[in-house]
Design a binder for this molecule. Sequence first.
Ligand code: NAP
Length: 476
Amino acid sequence: MNSELKTELFINGEWVKGAGQLPVMNPSTNQMIAAIATADQEQCDAAVTAAFTAFPSWSKSAPRFRSEILRRAFEIMTAEADEIARLISMENGKTFSDARGEVIYAAEFFRWFAEEAVRTPGDFRHAPSGDKRILVTHQAIGVSLLITPWNFPAAMATRKLGPALAAGCTVILKAASETPLTALWIVDILHRAGVPAGVVNFVMPQKTGAMISRMMHDPRVRNLSFTGSTEVGRILLKESADLILRTSLELGGNAPFVVLADANIEEAVKGAMIAKMRNGGAACTAANRFIVAESVAEEFTAKLIASMADLKMADGLSEGAQLGASVSGKERDKIAELVSASVLAGAELHLGGAVPVGDGAFYPATVLTVKGDNPILSQEIFGPVAPIVTFTDDAQGIALANATEYGLIAYVYSEDLKRALRVAEAIEAGMVAINRGVISDPAAPFGGVKQSGLGREGGFAGIHEFLETKYIGVEI
Ligand code: NAP
């Protein structure tokens, strides 16, 4: 695979040598995979210039032209799914099957937005006063800065690139420093699919904070689309205030997984395994708190422990691996510290909880039962750890679910759809899954409330994060 890897910067349609280098490590083996180019200030500025120069013609190009490029990108990405999945598994640590699932999901954003590119709605109406016509149209915002995290290195990139390109924006993509190789592969796919020079640029700044800040203070940049932690999102929201940048933020989560007293427990445990263990728990959508009705808690806990204990933890590329490594030793240690603090605060440990000996950033599947005030309930765990807390009536379950500053996603299990809907409506979250362990879908709006973010990606809303609404009043 190495000969196929792209490791340079991509500016104005060309692969460019960097000012420095950054090693990319395989967290399962602690071996280096490749060194990628890093950009200095001048190269970051050159990426902005390229995107700014390409914007007038790209934004005015026929939507069908942009659509067909995205469709070709979908086809190439789907054809190369196995290779990309291997690469994701190598640089991120997740299992091959999780990585392959991610590539298919990621490619769907190209297909969905290829279809959306030619369907931007407009409006033409009589003004209620009758004195004019109201014409409403949408125009590409301009140069967009796209910043992505390490946990879904393919899907977080395509979820931004797809709508940005469909809308007619030009972009500068900056991937997480742990997982840039997947993003570079995707940039290459777009290049091969026929994206004109300057429309898509990729940089890995030598100093992330300072250089991103400078780009955000360049008046040629008009939009920021960020996915990552709430902590960094908060910094960027403040930065975006200076030039009033359009900003969309997909931030952290602390998803409650609520099992009501009448839930089908077999199904709830199956869903819990998906909601918790997809990506080894390193997902903003990962079930972070299992909030279970007291009357079914014993059965749910026993079955969850049994399913978690069955998982094979190994290098994500090895045969039968079901739980891979965390992205780095640092991230793995954060998980271990959260579990230790939780146990110290009174949690009962039923499974896992110990860092294994040997190479690789592994952390085992772990189950804890906790009281409502345990500190682990207020943290985003980002690992294979399931804390279970109980409640007595639905109102208490809802209160526990809402006792967080996050509001990305929630899961509700009940055999009574009316009851589940009542609970879903009462939970403060941008998304609720009823009797399902996963609901992410390129055709549905993804995003959170409270400190989980601003704006939506995917669905019909996704393209509007890259469009301005323009009203033209017409004298008649
Ligand atoms: P992170 O530390 O916030 O980093 C995300 C991106 O921001 C990386 O590319 C990082 O670059 C960059 N960055 C860091 N500091 C920056 C700064 N001062 N200015 C500009 N950019 C900066 O998050 P992560 O650890 O990669 O990802 C995990 C987090 O992402 C979790 O909280 C998770 O919930 C969230 N997430 C949310 C969603 C969602 O859709 N809501 C989806 C996936 C993940 P460097 O690597 O160079 O530092």
